[in-house]
Design a binder for this molecule. Structure first.
Ligand code: CP
Length: 303
């Protein structure tokens, strides 16, 4: 293997046809098309908590014939001073073919990818507030699986956009899929600094963002990425920025509500919305397994 080894570091490295192929493949797998058999091994290295991403990568690996290894990072030799590069080289020496890495440090994935032995693949499963490519891709596949084409639609992304790696990868993906307008809304301290890019508008209220929106994406407050002094009061936050059933009355008639999870009921989203007929939240979780199967197939040159 040469340095052409594929890694998934973010959506912006993917060509348009690769994005389309990954989305279509995830939908095909969800519809019952049989997966490829990869006969490889993958180690999950999660330095931050996870339920959805970690379990779905593990399930996806098993379903494409890979052997998944979960490493408890609190018990791993990185706690004894071993560098991530040395941990990766150690796993590669044992024959591990792929690493799935979640880490708080921005830039660590590209640094590790450059240091990996040829033939060892790296998947970004969450990188600080910068990137979460598999989540953005599974969100796109979720919409497609429901017959919703992003092109020409109005998206509202509401909540702690500033610290959200899901929003960051989404803001790189949605314009490429033809989304007409992306509205961002949330407390000023939780919106990205600087001017919005073309096609992105800031809204002064949740209701303004939701009006006539086709896709509403709610985000939790990423408390782990801010000082405790910056934590909003949950009840006050819900009053201003929590999505409640009445907000949806002015959205597009077929609007859908998404949330990457974990959700905080009664904070950024009311239970009546999370469990309501517009919610795709559990469908996102379901599609996450299929998208991660498609990602493994793509890594090993099968998509
Ligand atoms: N959406 C997401 O990344 O969820 P987890 O933190 O549970 O993996």
């Amino acid at each position: 293997m040469t340095d052409s080894t594929r890694h998934l570091l973010d959506v912006d490295q993917l060509a348009d046809d690769e994005i389309e192929a990954l989305i279509n493949r995830a939908c095909a797998l969800a519809a019952g098309v049989g997966p490829k058999r990869l006969h490889a091994s993958v180690a999950n290295l999660f330095f931050e908590p996870s339920t959805r991403t970690r379990v779905s990568f593990e399930l996806a690996a098993a379903r494409v014939g890979m052997q998944p290894i979960n490493i408890e990072m609190a018990q791993a030799s990185t706690t004894k001073g071993e560098s991530l590069e040395d941990t990766a080289a150690t796993l590669a020496a044992m024959g591990i073919d792929c690493l799935v890495l979640r880490h708080a440090e921005v830039g660590i994935h590209s640094k590790l990818a450059a240091a990996l032995p040829a033939g060892v693949h790296l998947v970004n499963a969450g990188e600080g507030g910068r990137a979460h490519p598999s989540q953005a891709l599974l969100d796109a596949a979720t919409l497609k699986s429901r017959g919703i084409e992003p092109a020409g639609k109005k998206f509202a992304i509401i909540g702690d956009v500033r610290h959200s790696r899901v929003a960051a990868s989404g803001l790189r993906l949605w314009p490429r899929l033809g989304v007409e307008e992306i509205r961002l809304a949330g407390p000023a301290s939780l919106l990205p600094p600087g001017s919005p890019s073309p096609g992105v508008v800031y809204c002064a209220s949740l209701q303004e963002a939701v009006d006539e929106a086709d896709v509403i994406m709610m985000l939790r407050i990423q408390r782990e990425r801010m000082d405790r002094s910056g934590w909003p009061d949950s009840a006050a936050y819900h009053a201003d920025w929590g999505l409640r059933p009445e907000h949806l009355e002015s959205a597009a008639p077929d609007c859908v509500v998404m949330h990457p999870g974990p959700i905080n009921r009664g904070v950024e989203i009311a239970a009546g919305v999370a469990d309501g007929k517009r919610s795709l939240i559990l469908e996102q979780v379901r599609m996450g397994v299929y998208m991660r199967m498609a990602i493994f197939e793509w890594l090993f040159g099968e998509t």
